[in-house]
Design a binder for this molecule. Sequence first.
Ligand SMILES: Cc1cc2nc3c(=O)[nH]c(=O)nc-3n(C[C@H](O)[C@H](O)[C@H](O)COP(=O)(O)OP(=O)(O)OC[C@H]3O[C@@H](n4cnc5c(N)ncnc54)[C@H](O)[C@@H]3O)c2cc1C
Length: 402
Amino acid sequence: MWDVVIVGAGPAGLSAGIACAQHGLKAKIVDEFIRPGGRLLGQLHEEPNGTWWNGLEEGKQLQEQAIRLGVDLECGVSVHDATNTDQGWRMETSHGPIESPALLLATGAAETAIPIHGWTLPGVMSIGAAQVMTNVQRVKVGSRGVVVGINILSIAIMRELQLAGIPIDRMVLPARNLLTMDAGNPEKVMKSMMHAAHLAPSFLIRMGSKMMKSEALQKLALRFLPDQGIHLWDIPIQLNTAALSIIGENQVEGVKIAKVTAKGEPIAGTETIIPADFVCIAGGLQPLVELAAVAGCTLTYLPELGGHVPLHNERMQTTVKGLYVAGNITGIESAKIAMAQGTVAGLSIADDFGMLPDQDLLHTSINKVESVRQTAAIQFHPDIQQGRSIMSGLFEQHGIGV
Ligand SMILES: Cc1cc2nc3c(=O)[nH]c(=O)nc-3n(C[C@H](O)[C@H](O)[C@H](O)COP(=O)(O)OP(=O)(O)OC[C@H]3O[C@@H](n4cnc5c(N)ncnc54)[C@H](O)[C@@H]3O)c2cc1C
């Protein structure tokens, strides 16, 4: 009944559904969340040109366009298996099986957990959960919070919480250990934060960050960081401080922190406890690839893209015929790139069905992914370009199976 089933109604899946429907394909999108939009639903940030990115509004427009074009959009449906049969794909879902000749996985990303002693106490949540509660469910997560983990996502969400009137006391690093690795290393975090400089509200910080491209200058800056940290929107970002544990009897009551060396080693005698009634843990994002794995797609590990990713080409085809991917499942990038990739995937599917009369459309949309990437306000991984070119080399060697 359907030409293509799309798993995930985030920016990638919705854009793909629109492109498919515009070229005469019958597309069905399923999503396990109760509303379409994916991670767009929680996003609100200022672009470098001073305009605001309102994810909720963007998601609404995509949803309306998809529905106008006749895309069948079903929420509250979880897909847990995909098998390649003689007729195409058979997906097992929480609402029974669905079949289609083509399958697009646009499942997005998941947060990486960072275990910290005391993290099971009520009041501890992932930074993404704080974003959803604040911007989607409109629940106040607490009155005095500490964010553990300094990265571009936690800074963006810290700002969203602040705009919603939720006080954040400070942002600190997680204690460095085998699991936290680079996230607990001030030098590495400082380097990655250079890519977030344009988000800074102060002209001086933005300029200072531009001058700090050199690693030597970054190391020097770490030595002379003020004890209170650098203030962003009046919130201290403490690159020289780590959270050792979360304290509380029946719920979060505080966080035990300590100063750390430039390599992230705690400095004995500097421990102190700061009061808090909620803690957000921010360990970064990783592509959500389980369905691609069960569908038989070859995966590879590319830290530049955020972790394990399905092998795919610039047309969003995978190593399995009739299986496509788009958005964060292919590597962690921002929503605008997910939308551009979704359009490519939709056009690519239409082409494989022989429904794309104008090849230029596909080529232009492939080029657009690159141009959106060049100007992206939020770039999660500094070496994303390198990751993308490694991927294209790997795919060329592998090719599409039968
Ligand atoms: C917690 C979190 C916060 C983020 N915040 C920001 C931000 O503030 N700014 C920013 O630019 N980027 C943010 N991102 C990155 C974000 O993923 C991209 O901006 C963009 O939303 C990716 O689009 P996508 O369509 O690939 O995936 P998503 O928007 O994540 O959409 C994927 C959809 O797939 C659905 N899905 C997944 N698995 C299944 C399944 N098995 N069955 C059915 N449905 C399924 C999910 O419910 C989801 O709706 C965030 C990501 C996360 C995880």
